[in-house]
Design a protein. Structure first.
Length: 122
């Protein structure tokens, strides 16, 4: 594959992620399934920045910003269910992908932190 083809593919992927096209690929869990996952001792991970997390977050969640997920893999080990979420669902989709690339099969993209918070507070 030529360098030009690789550049075009990367640009398309970046644009697609920016516009949320992949959101449904990464997040296809309905709220009933999500509630079941969360109530089974889910490890709740907010992948927004620390400043965003400080402005409001899900009770009981921890903040591991997207750019730190790869470096913090050890924190995900031995977790039964992992739910990642962010502001729009895009960064959590990326976090889910990173975790799956590292062998995790128990990761759910919770979408937005507000959606996860709503499910917890039902």
């Amino acid at each position: 594959m030529s360098k030009q083809s690789i550049k075009i593919i990367i640009v398309i992927l970046v644009i697609s992620i920016m516009f949320g096209i992949f959101k449904n690929i990464f997040s296809n869990t309905d709220s009933t399934q999500m509630k079941d996952i969360i109530t089974k001792d889910a490890f709740l991970v907010d992948v927004r920045t620390p400043a965003e997390f400080a402005e409001g977050h899900v009770a009981g969640s921890i903040n591991i910003p997207l750019d730190q997920v790869q470096n913090q893999i050890a924190q995900f080990k031995d977790q039964v269910n992992i739910v990642v979420f962010c502001r729009s669902g895009n960064r959590s989709g990326q976090a889910k992908f990173i975790l799956e690339q590292n062998g995790f099969t128990n990761v759910t993209n919770g979408g937005t932190w507000q959606e996860v918070n709503k499910i917890i507070n039902q």
